[in-house]
Unconditional design. Structure first.
Length: 147
């Protein structure tokens, strides 16, 4: 494989990465839809806390600390009190402390919940599919151009 073959490898790498990212996006979207189907009972929950989640990211000039907020919900379901922490965090906070929001619960497994106001999983799936599609097109164009 000489110099001409090397750029073609880049095209195949782009296409390979694209397929993985698209599969990830589809997996996230399908899992979210399945969770929505299983969680059919509705309760109102109160946001009792926004847990600060700090993360450090590298920048050109060093590091930067980013703070996001993970909501904690209190609610009663079938006479039992629950306190759950969201799986996702947001900047700014998605909810204010004291605010009430709807939560969907799986009647067969009350530990499984879905928060309709939190669209982050929906957006993550769409973004992965879109980014993967762009990488796939670039990879295919590189492969075709170098034939």
């Amino acid at each position: 494989m000489g110099v001409k073959g090397s750029p073609k490898i880049v095209g195949f790498i782009f296409a390979f990465v694209a397929v993985i990212v698209i599969i990830l996006g589809v997996w996230v979207s399908v899992n979210t839809k399945q969770l929505q189907k299983r969680c059919t009972d509705t309760v109102m929950a109160e946001i009792v806390e926004n847990i600060k989640v700090k993360s450090r990211t590298k920048t050109k000039h060093g590091h930067r600390t980013v703070t996001t907020y993970k909501p904690v919900f209190d609610f009663t379901y079938n006479g039992q009190n629950y306190r759950i922490k969201s799986n996702s965090s947001h900047k700014p906070a998605l909810f204010d402390v004291g605010e009430k929001t709807e939560i969907k619960i799986n009647p067969s497994d009350s530990s499984e919940t879905y928060i309709p106001a939190d669209k982050s999983a929906d957006y993550a799936g769409i973004i992965c599919i879109a980014v993967g599609a762009v990488f796939l097109v670039v990879g295919i164009l590189v492969i075709i151009k170098l034939r």
